[in-house]
Design a protein around this ligand. Sequence first.
Ligand SMILES: [Zn+2]
Length: 138
Amino acid sequence: MRDDKWLLSRLDFIWSNHFTDVPQINPVFIKFGRFARLRFGSIKMDPRSKKTYITITGMFKDLKVPQEVVDHTIAHELCHYAHGFSSPHSRLHRYPHEGGVIKKEIEKRGLIYLYKAYRQWIRSYREDLKEYYKRKRW
Ligand SMILES: [Zn+2]
């Protein structure tokens, strides 16, 4: 079953295997959010408490979504943390997605297999989504 505890175990796995050079310098929480079809993950830092919150779409609780896709989303948010977005680390770029920095980071960290699995999944997912919106119109 995929719950918040499972999400935390995935975050721990990715962090301790691929982001060991990025120290956790503030409390970081991860949880499933609402069922969002288009936005899979987000990372925010509370400006007052300086706590970081990663939220993953509730859609990914579905076991039909490959684990690599969930891991890819977590890795993406961790890249933002490493780059100083929604984290106390110093900011490495002006914008969080500047010039493909996330993909480069994913690649550098030996996570390109996650990116590939994600690309493959998103292709068929977009088809499903098109069907879904077509049906909804009637
Ligand atoms: Zn992003």
